[in-house]
Design a protein around this ligand. Sequence first.
Ligand SMILES: CC(C)(COP(=O)(O)OP(=O)(O)OC[C@H]1O[C@@H](n2cnc3c(N)ncnc32)[C@H](O)[C@@H]1OP(=O)(O)O)[C@@H](O)C(=O)NCCC(=O)NCCS
Length: 373
Amino acid sequence: MLEVRGLEDVVAAESSICYIDGERGILSYRGIDVHDLAQQSTFEEVCFLLWEGRLPKREEFADIREAIGRERAVPRELLSLLATLARTSVPMDALRTAVSALASSDPEAQDMNREANRRKAVRLTAQIGTIVAAFHRLRKGQAVVPPDPGRTQADDFLRMLNGETARAAAVRAFDTALILHADHELNASTFAARVTAATLSDMHASVTSAIGTLKGPLHGGANEGVLRMLQEIGSLERVDEEIHRRLSRKEKIMGFGHRVYTTEDPRATHLRRMSKEVAESSGDTKLYDMSRRIEKIMNEEKKLNANVDFYSASVYAMLGISPDLFTPIFAVSRISGWTAHVMEQYSNNRLIRPRAEYTGPPYPQPYVPMDKR
Ligand SMILES: CC(C)(COP(=O)(O)OP(=O)(O)OC[C@H]1O[C@@H](n2cnc3c(N)ncnc32)[C@H](O)[C@@H]1OP(=O)(O)O)[C@@H](O)C(=O)NCCC(=O)NCCS
């Protein structure tokens, strides 16, 4: 039996992108505390920070905003492809297919030059929100809303999704959520992206691997699981009984626990506050109140803290976003981190190829011919 299952605490890469101290609840991008970024930065600025390793100067910030806005449009063939997918397709599957297909229309898809990869990082980051919004509208039989290059990623995503300009408070809340989800060291999807990149496969292939990995309920899929749980429980009065029942059946409560944090996930601190603010401003605090109660029970009974996915669920739900878009929205942000890690992997590459402890029948076993089995 392996002593370390799931590569727990194994250091598998050197990286200068994201620093986490799980015992002190610290998360920083390029050494800048995520609390400072959540309060003062923007998603576009964080993209520059992750890709370049430093904050942009004023002109550089204007350039990155302009570039992401300019690259937001997706090829017409891609919209046609999205339209051919079944309306019942899981949006994460549609996103994975679309990002993979984007390679065929990206003139630099196979170009492994550093500058080409930097341009692809901008392009993929810009396009991914357009894909999520377009697929959602297509499956509802609505017209796709074309991007507006003059808007920020958060503003334009909400507009392309809903067909109308979002309130400034909603845009700010969404932008903060994008900042908080942008990177998280060697989480499972980023690791998958780096494993793919380490074979010297291209950026679209690496991001496609990452999207497939993010989908799982133990990773990015947990935020959708949280909302489903809140919906199933239905009311504050039923929380205690339901959570205890689930725990007694050894079920995992989505949005709790973390491989790295032994204390509060610093992203949850912001998302809890945002959930409270959005709830109070809308006058409907039901989801927030239920979430607080679940958190209290989990702290007391299991000594487990909320992670990034717990309060993002109620925030997105209160912004009117469909639950099955929560995980694609995680990708709309994490694409910035994935692409930063892929470029870092290329810059100092070695194939990632671990070993397995063999537990099968002892060697050698005879090969028994078909008619003797
Ligand atoms: C995040 C997660 C996958 C980390 O997994 P891990 O490091 O492998 O930890 P384990 O699954 O081995 O959990 C360790 C113990 O805590 C318990 N535990 C962990 N998360 C739990 C949860 N969300 N609900 C109930 N119990 C939980 C496990 O049952 C296990 O208990 P045991 O030792 O009595 O068997 C895990 O906490 C989880 O599944 N959480 C729910 C999904 C989620 O929110 N994912 C998003 C992560 S950002």
